[in-house]
Design a protein around this ligand. Structure first.
Ligand code: GLN
Length: 224
């Protein structure tokens, strides 16, 4: 019997813009190659969950309206997500999901949506441009090509703790000024890349390997 890798997809029904749910499908395919089945649980409004029941947590992008709905629900999960991230467990957050790990997101409509405030960054809106188009950037795992579409501009409040996920070659990434894409902290990645990002096999394989390690750790912990 193949072992089952468990993935929590946060608010899958509300946050899955521009092909983001494809990230989870690509991971399931790569994990199958390594001999694992995959179970994906949609953790949505009102659901309780413990991150440590999972090997990987995924969070996709969302429109501002859906983000304002999710923001009211997600505070309940702050503690379990914080502990999971700080325990070096793997997590991938795209666009709106990425913004939610920070302190807040100011929308184009003038609303300030509170984030989980787990990591030291914030996201603001400026009227001059929406960041939309193809992106290309260099990461620790090689080049990534993707697509971005966001009005939020993300800035790190602690540049020692957080590292950019990539250096822009084409497109905006976090904001128009800094030439950085996304965020790395321990085994958590935040990124503005849709398309989905994991069509970039180099990144997908690196994350799949982290998920297998995380699964083995969880199995060892439950066996005790
Ligand atoms: N609504 C957010 C923004 O415009 C995130 C967009 C997204 O997740 N695609 O910045």
């Amino acid at each position: 019997m193949p072992e089952t890798i468990k993935i929590a997809y946060l608010y899958e029904d509300l946050m899955n813009t521009y092909g983001d749910s494809g990230d989870v499908k690509i991971l399931a395919f790569l994990l199958k190659e390594q001999g694992y089945d995959t179970q994906v649980d949609n953790i949505s409004l009102g659901d309780n969950f413990n991150t440590f029941d999972y090997d990987f947590v995924f969070w996709g992008g969302g429109q501002d309206f859906e983000q304002s709905v999710v923001a009211k629900d997600l505070v309940r999960h702050k503690d379990t997500i914080d502990k999971y991230i700080n325990a070096n467990k793997p997590m991938l957050c795209i666009c709106g999901g990425y913004q939610f790990l920070g302190a807040y997101y100011e929308t184009s409509g003038g609303e300030t949506i509170k984030g989980l405030d787990i990591l030291p960054f914030h996201t603001i809106f400026k009227a001059d441009s929406r960041m939309i188009g193809d992106t290309e950037y260099e990461t620790e795992w090689g080049k990534v090509r993707a697509f971005e579409n966001h009005s939020g501009r993300t800035y790190f409040d602690d540049k020692t703790m957080l590292k950019p996920f990539g250096k822009m070659i084409e497109g905006y990434g976090n904001n128009p000024e800094e030439g950085n894409e996304g965020m790395r902290y321990k085994n958590t990645i935040g990124s503005y890349s849709h398309g989905p990002i994991l069509k970039n096999e180099n990144v997908a394989r690196a994350i799949a390997d982290k998920i297998v390690i995380s699964h083995k750790e969880r199995m060892a912990a439950t066996a005790k």
